[in-house]
Design a protein around this ligand. Structure first.
Ligand code: COA
Length: 157
């Protein structure tokens, strides 16, 4: 049976760590949906959502079994509509755990869909989109944190 996984986030901007999670997720699913979703607690975006969609689509264009999508509202509703078998989440440090634990239980209670947590590789554990945004804001170097396409886009901003 083919398995579809869903990897959601705000991805503002996508980082090398997100790409690493995608590559590793592909070893445990047949089809991966990368979903640019809303986090109601985040409002001040660096990159507009339609541009994040465009950039991410470009980033994964060589993976035939990865599709970038966008959704508003509850992730579980999107997941049920799209027959998702499981969610993928990256776990960087123990600080992520409580949040991931709560989110995975909430999503399971609402949908019966499980979450698979992938441990970040050591060289990616410190990366977050807000770290990138902050360095970029002060015109610092971010090419070791984001894919080249994102670096080029942010340089032009
Ligand atoms: N490697 C590197 N960075 C990672 C990472 C990893 N493996 N995992 C997470 N991050 C970073 C992200 O870049 C993000 O950085 P930032 O906060 O500095 O921007 C941070 O860690 C948190 O990421 P994440 O937990 O994915 O939050 P998010 O805001 O990007 O995504 C949603 C959260 C969108 C998935 C969640 O809010 C959601 O499901 N929304 C839809 C509405 C819904 O269903 N809500 C109920 C949820 S129970």
């Amino acid at each position: 049976m083919k398995k579809t996984a869903l990897y959601a986030g705000t991805f503002d901007p996508p980082t090398l760590a997100h790409l690493d999670t995608i590559e590793r997720a592909l070893s445990i699913c047949d089809h991966l949906l990368v979903c640019i979703a809303e986090n109601p607690s985040k409002t001040n975006f660096l990159i507009p959502v339609s541009k994040r969609f465009e950039l991410f689509t470009e980033l994964v264009k060589d993976y035939k079994n990865v599709q970038v999508v966008m959704t508003e509202g509850l992730l579980v509703d999107f997941a049920k509509k799209n027959q998702v078998d499981f969610f993928i989440r990256g776990l960087r440090t123990i600080d992520d755990f409580e949040r991931e634990f709560a989110m995975s239980i909430a999503n399971f209670e609402l949908s019966g869909i499980d979450t698979v947590l992938l441990l970040s590789r050591p060289n990616f554990r410190h990366i977050s989109s807000s770290l990138v945004r902050e360095i970029h804001k002060f015109k610092g170097k971010i090419d070791h944190l984001v894919p080249i396409e994102i670096n080029n886009y942010l340089k032009k901003m």
